[in-house]
Structures are given as C-alpha cells and as structure tokens.
Design a protein around this ligand. Structure first.
Ligand code: C5P
Length: 249
C-alpha cells in the first residue's frame, strides 16, 4: 500500500526574520502541527552544557542527540512547552548564549544526521509547518510549499532587541547586530545543510511587512500552489474545510 504523505510547508530563513512567529501563526490558522527545529538544536546545546559535553565533541553530541529526552507540548497561540529530562526549559533555551551554542553544534554533520528522523517524525495529519534553516533543502525536500524569509540584519537585530526588552533582558543593539552577522556566517558557510533557499522556494522579504501580512501571503501561495497540485481540486477543498482554514483572499 502506498503511504499517503501529509502536506508540509517549510519556512526557512535566518534568525530574526520572524520565522518562528509566522510559522506558529500559520500552523494555528491551518490547524496543522508545528516543528520548531531550532529549538531542537537549542535543547541539544543545553543538554550538552548540563552533561558537560564539549561543543566540539561530535561523537558525544551525536550520542546525546540520539538519546535526547525531549518533549514538545503544543499550546494554543503560544510556542510549545519544551521539556528536557522532565524539566521545563521553554525559556532557558531562548538566551543568546544557548542560541550561539546551538549554531556551533549545528555545524557538526553527525549532530545534524542524528536529528533528522526526529524532525521528520513531526510530519503528522493533517499537515506540518516546519520552521528552520534546512527544512526545504534537506529535511522535507518534498514539501508542498517552501518559503524562504529574508530581512535586513538591522531590522532583524531590532526585532530581537524588542523581544528581549519585552522579557526584561537588556542588551546592546550593536552587539546583537554583530552576533547576528556571526551566526549568519556560521549558518551559511557550514559544509552540511548551509542556510540557503531551496531552488523551488518562494522568497519573501519581511522588512516592510507585518507578521499577519507574511502569513496571509503564505496562505495565498498555498491556495494557488502545491497543495492544490498534490490533491485533486475537490479533495483540496475538503482538506481546507476540515482544517478550518481561512485562506486569505
Ligand atoms: O532558529 P533558532 O535561532 O532557534 O536556531 C538556533 C540555531 O540552530 C541557528 O542559529 C542554527 O545554527 C541552528 N539551526 C540549524 N538548522 C535548523 C534550525 C536551527 O542549523 N533547521
């Protein structure tokens, strides 16, 4: 029997392009599952820190990734609750230092390979919105719709600055821009799964768009694009109806 594959929308791009919020909102609007793949790399970095595994010890990190005891618990209109070894780490993994550590371990091929099947296991009925760097190029190359979000480094740093300020964390904007550029360089230059758009990705520059405008743009791409091709017209209509999708006019 041929296994029917659930539809996937991949949202890739650098940090600060609004990927996380856009993906989560999109998943809610569609009633689909949500994968925050960056959180997996962040959880692994935190686990490494906790178990005193060096960020360059590829073999030990590979083993740690394979046995990572992590759960993502979906919540309404919020990023999922993340539990590592029974402890709530939802907030702990969002610091700049864990983000940087995540980007260092994410450059190791064995680490990426050992997280592949875990990421693919998020593909469930009725569909998945997958947020990351290599969702469209490596993890879900057969996705129905691939989006690549861009924004200028200054705009991305400003968004991050405001997010941190909201949480009462004070940082220098200049330092944030510097760190973003460094993280971009590492993500783009690594030998495996570098940050780059898939050949068939739709590029969206988010500099002058609100989150809602980006989500609406993606929903209209979806309406006119891949899911329609993958399913006959009537079936795709039924699927939208079931998911309670308000596809943008
Ligand atoms: O998206 P987020 O900032 O949470 O990701 C943290 C780091 O994890 C990124 O800087 C990137 O290096 C890495 N990452 C990755 N591939 C993904 C998601 C994140 O390499 N699919």
């Amino acid at each position: 029997m041929i296994r029917h594959k659930e539809p996937v929308i991949t949202i890739d791009g650098a940090s600060g392009t609004g990927k996380g919020t856009v993906s989560q909102m999109l998943a809610t609007r569609l009633g689909w599952k949500f994968l925050d793949s960056g959180a997996l790399y962040r959880v692994l970095a935190l686990a490494a820190q906790k178990h005193s595994v060096a960020f360059n010890n590829e073999k030990a990190l590979e083993v740690l990734a394979e046995h990572l005891d992590v759960q993502f618990i979906a919540r309404e209109n919020k990023l999922p609750l993340i539990i590592l070894e029974g402890e709530d780490v939802t907030e702990t993994i969002r610091t700049e230092s864990i983000g940087n550590a995540a980007s260092i371990i994410a450059a190791l091929p064995a680490v990426r390979a050992s997280l592949l099947s875990r990421q693919r296991s998020f593909r469930e009925t009725p569909g998945l919105v997958a947020d990351g760097r290599d969702m469209g190029t490596v993890v879900f190359p057969d996705a129905e719709l691939k989006i690549f979000l861009t924004a200028s480094p200054e705009e991305r740093a400003l968004r991050r600055y405001n997010q941190l300020k909201e949480r009462g964390i004070s940082v220098s904007l200049g330092d944030l821009i510097k760190e973003l550029r460094e993280r971009d360089r590492r993500d783009q230059e690594r030998s495996v799964a570098p940050l780059k758009p898939a050949e068939d990705a739709v590029m969206i520059d988010t500099d002058r768009l609100t989150i809602e405008e980006v989500v609406d743009r993606i929903l209209s791409e979806l309406e006119g694009n891949a899911v329609k091709k993958a399913f006959p017209a009537t079936a795709s209509q039924t699927m939208f109806d079931c998911a309670g999708v308000g596809v943008a006019e």
